[in-house]
Structures are given as C-alpha cells and as structure tokens.
Design a binder for this molecule. Structure first.
Ligand SMILES: NC(=O)c1ccc[n+]([C@@H]2O[C@H](COP(=O)([O-])OP(=O)(O)OC[C@H]3O[C@@H](n4cnc5c(N)ncnc54)[C@H](OP(=O)(O)O)[C@@H]3O)[C@@H](O)[C@H]2O)c1
Length: 339
C-alpha cells in the first residue's frame, strides 16, 4: 500500500483554493486533509465542499505536511503557526516571503535545485511567483552557459496580490468603463489598477527598488547558488486577472544561437516553447491562465550584445508560481523518502 499523509492547508485565499485544487488534480496521497483559516466556515471548490477550521496550534497535531498559503508578516499564518506545526512533526512548505532568505531554510523550485530539500530542518520555502517562472526558464540555459546578467521587466496579474485585488479589478473595471471615476475605490494598490499599469509591487526599499524587485535578485542568487549574477528588475502590476508575463534580457558567458536556446527550452522540464513569431505565436497570459507550464517565446538575439538574448516568459502565478510548486516540493519529499 502506498503511503498516505495527513495534510494541513493553511489559508483559503487565491493560493489556498488553488492548493486544494492541485492536491486533488494530482491525486496527492492524502490520508486526512484539514483546512485552516482565520475563521471557520465551509467553502466550495470545483463542487467539493471543504470544512474550514479556525487556525490554532493544536490543529497541527498528527499532521505530516503543512502547506501554508496564509497572509505574510507578523500576524500572518506562517509566522504564527509554522514552528508549532514543525514541533508537532510536520514538514512545512510556506508560500510567503517570511522565511525565504533564512539561511536555514531551503528555497526550492524542483526543476532547478531539488537537492536543496535534503538539508531542510522542517521548513521549506516556495519562492516568489514571478521569480519561479523566471528561474524555470533560465536554469536550463544557465547550465549550458553561465548567465552573467539578468534584466527583467514583469507584467504581473492582480491575483498575485490575492483575492482582495481580484475583487478590486472586477469592481473598478465597469465603473471606469461607465466614466464613474469618482466611485472608484483603491484599497489593494495606491492607484487604480483598472485600465492602468503600476510600476510598484511591494514597497520601495534600498536603492529605490521595490521589495518585489529585490526578491527577483536575492531569490535567484539563492536558488542558483551563484551571487555573482548581475540581476535587476522592474516589476509592474497590470490589469490582468491570472498569469504573470516577463520580458527577460540575459547575457551568457558564451554566445548561444537562438536555435540552440529554442531546443534547450523544448527539452526543459516544466517549459513549453511557443515561438513562431511569423504566425503571431508567442505566450499570452490569457492562454497560460489555469495551466501548469511556464511558456517561453520571442527568443531573439540582442542586436548589439553578442552574448545577449531576449525572452518572453508567461506562467500562471497561482499554479507554478505558488500552489503547484509547493505540491511539487511535497511530491519531491515523498520521492526522496524525506516525507
Ligand atoms: N497570489 C499569488 O500569486 C502568490 C504567489 C506566491 C506566493 N504567494 C503567497 O501566498 C500567501 C497567500 O496569498 P494569497 O494570494 O492566497 O492571499 P489571500 O488571497 O489574501 O488569502 C490569505 C488567506 O490567508 C488566511 N490567513 C491570513 N492570516 C492567517 C492566520 N494568521 N492564520 C490562518 N490563516 C490566515 C486568510 O484567512 P481568512 O480567509 O479566514 O481571512 C486567507 O484565507 C501569501 O503569503 C502570499 O505572499 C501568493
């Protein structure tokens, strides 16, 4: 009989709901499933009703695996309950940013650095959504020829902020179309998101880059085990519901022909190549929404820099960018008999 596990999912917002969906779709070996949030109620996902219990330390008794998809920060789910879950014997996989840069916490994308799970001390972090799709596409290129520089510009969907921002774009859009601008309320973002682009994700930190932009750099360095890569990004929120898009410029040590990069992408795990520009074939967030893969296209040489390449990378931030990656880490733990 295959082993089954007592699983706790914490949080039933945008990521938590997707987590329940992914566990069911991938037939994850669940013995008992418990769903926790700030308040108790029943929720329905794809016709299945899940009873939600109010989170408390004792709710982790008997858990083997705890998948955290709760709000970040001081009063957030992981800061409040992750250690409680670990002390009760569970392995925690956290979607938030609270522990990602902790040197004792592996930050893992299974296609990139699966062996980092080996040194976990009970907690494994899922990287930031826009970083995950970027590293899935870039790691196979890096393995062929070291990437020395990355410049990324992102076009990130509102579901990356969570359910409140999805609601806000829904509510603002008809008001803007009707010209009722004075009725538009902005709570999720400092400005209106409907029919707009906001060059701010997170708050402004060192050197006037945002917290999201620092994540692109620091999390990539940590997963690639290479702090020497020059990385800068501009992260932009756009009025798209699901899937992030990224324009990525890289420089490699050796010049790589476009055809070779296309072949690398075709063979890369988790990547789908959509690159036939003459027929307007390239990745689109509307197509990538609710899909598992990282879609790559528009691969082309830089006109001036011999070792420079441009790529367009799109993926669903709630699937590979969050819930799917977390469940894949759990599957890896089973494969390695860590769980
Ligand atoms: N959205 C993305 O694309 C994405 C991608 C990667 C990582 N993440 C990370 O994933 C996490 C969840 O994001 P989200 O977008 O799903 O947020 P969300 O839609 O705002 O949902 C947050 C959920 O967390 C629960 N929660 C908050 N504080 C809690 C606590 N102290 N104890 C138990 N549950 C608590 C809330 O419970 P109630 O329902 O009872 O209020 C809610 O269900 C965040 O850390 C986020 O940074 C998100």
């Amino acid at each position: 009989m295959a082993k089954k596990f007592n699983v706790v999912v914490v949080g039933v917002g945008a990521v938590g709901i997707e987590m329940l969906r992914v566990l069911r779709q991938r037939d994850f070996p669940v013995a008992q499933l418990k769903v926790l949030a700030r308040s108790a109620r029943d929720i329905e996902v794809d016709g299945v009703t899940y009873p939600v219990r109010k989170a408390a330390p004792e709710e982790f008794d008997g858990a083997n695996l705890a998948l955290f998809a709760g709000t970040e920060g001081e009063k957030g789910a992981a800061v409040t309950y992750a250690k409680e879950a670990i002390s009760r014997g569970a392995i925690v996989i956290d979607n938030g940013a609270d522990f990602r840069m902790d040197p004792k916490v592996p930050l893992v994308v299974p296609e990139v650095n699966p062996d980092d799970v080996d040194w976990n001390e009970g907690l494994i972090a899922n990287p930031n959504c826009s970083t995950i799709q970027m590293v899935v596409a870039l790691w196979p290129i890096y393995r062929r020829s070291k990437i020395t520089r990355i410049i990324a510009s992102t076009y990130q969907s509102v579901s990356g902020t969570g359910r409140s921002a999805i609601r806000e774009l829904r509510e603002q859009s008809p008001l803007v179309l009707d010209g009722r601008l004075d009725e538009v309320r902005c709570e999720a973002y400092p400005h209106r998101i409907a029919f707009n682009c906001l060059p701010q994700i997170g708050s402004f930190k060192e050197m006037e880059y945002t917290t999201e932009e620092w994540k692109t750099r620091r999390e990539t360095h940590k997963m690639f085990h290479d702090d020497s890569i020059k990385i800068a990004s501009t992260t932009v929120r756009v009025p798209v519901f699901y899937a992030h898009s990224e324009s990525i410029y890289i420089e490699t040590e050796e010049p790589l022909p476009v055809e070779e990069v296309r072949k690398i992408m075709e063979e890369a795990p988790g990547v789908v190549l959509q690159d036939d520009p003459a027929n307007s074939v390239y990745p689109l967030p509307a197509d990538a929404a609710h899909c598992d893969d990282v879609f790559v296209g528009r691969i082309r040489k830089d006109p001036d820099i011999e070792t420079g390449l441009h790529l367009w990378v799109v993926s669903d931030n709630l699937r590979k960018g969050a819930a799917l990656n977390a469940v894949q880490i759990a599957e890896l733990l089973i494969e390695k008999e860590i769980l």
